[in-house]
Design a protein around this ligand. Sequence first.
Ligand SMILES: *Cc1c(COP(=O)(O)O)cnc(C)c1O
Length: 419
Amino acid sequence: MPKRLAIDGGAPVITEPIPGGMHGPSVIDEREINAVTEVLRSGKLFRFVEDSQVSGFETEAAAKLGVKHALMVNSGTSALVCALTGVGVGPGDEVILPGYTFIATAAAIVGVGAIPVIAEIDESLGLDAADVERKITPHTKAILPVHMQGVPCRLEAIVELARKHNLKVVEDCCQCVGGEYKGKFAGTWGDAGAWSLNYYKVISCGEGGLVFSDDYDVYERAAFAAEPGLPMWMSDSEWQNKPFSCQCYRPSEILGSLARVQLSKLGDILGHTRRLKKAFLAELAEEPKGYIRQHVDDPSGECGISAAIIVCDKELAVKYAEALKAEGLNAGTAYNAGFPDRHIYAYWDSILFKHSPHPSGYPWNDPSYRGDVAYSRDMCPITLSILGRALRFGFNVNMQEEHARLMAAAINKVDAALG
Ligand SMILES: *Cc1c(COP(=O)(O)O)cnc(C)c1O
């Protein structure tokens, strides 16, 4: 007999609130405070100084990732812009991205004058390679896979597809800092990767980003994209490519010093979240009745900051969410009538309606664009179906393993009763 659900008057599984909070900002201590204070006392706030904090962060991040080149910028969005510019994406080009990502991913594509082409996700909640292949046109220049909530997408299939069609790959790792996939860090499978260090991400300096690549030309072009003044600080003879100027995405030394301390804590943060997810999965029913688990291609490498279940139908998913809430576990479906989540393409009005920053209507009406991309709210029905049935749960450094086990127990109880 299933236990009586809390929604029907039974005793809830979770009686104390599950601790919330951000990842990186939760572990700020004297080390970050001292690092920032030292920069302030030195008065050297600009990156082009000796013993630069920003270049220190770049060196340490590149070593951690095992890549040759890394450039710190002021946000994840600017990291994507620089990565796209770095690999040569620009006006007239189409870039394929998943319909489930923060709108900033699409904005970065528009930001370089290119066209976002929205593709379906699969049960990994990441880009579906088969749909990407269907959406390749003669104008496609790059694929932009996104690793949502710490879980790398089916990267191997994407990279293989890109090779077959001679396309670039830029990986959006803004939510997957430190995540690994089949023995390599997320972001190092493609031609360039991008981190965000904003408040909500795995490690944070408040606002910040990193673009990284093994390819020196990609790195150098990203550096030009991030700093029109570079030719002022270095002579042209030091560059392999001809410098060009566009935006300025320089981070300050304060951000660099914070990012260095946070990077040194990345291993501990992920060690903790991975233990939580392990405890959660160990408790979760092996053979659930009403849902499947999110597909995770490489469980050992993912960040462990989230878990998702995909309920077999939408009405049932809403019932699961309500029952879980009564058990003490908050879990709305990702796509629902209540909240316009900007991580779902159906709410990207500025993209769907091709709102241009300029009366010319670029990038869609740019004369160099010969394609005819069309958008509509229901253009990716599989994505909306999956997200309408997906319940997501977060793990953070303020939680203990017992919390993770209780979360799984609540799901088991609801599934046994409703599934
Ligand atoms: C946060 C985020 C970004 C943008 O990062 P910012 O630092 O906020 O500019 C891009 N893509 C994804 C998937 C994100 O989660």
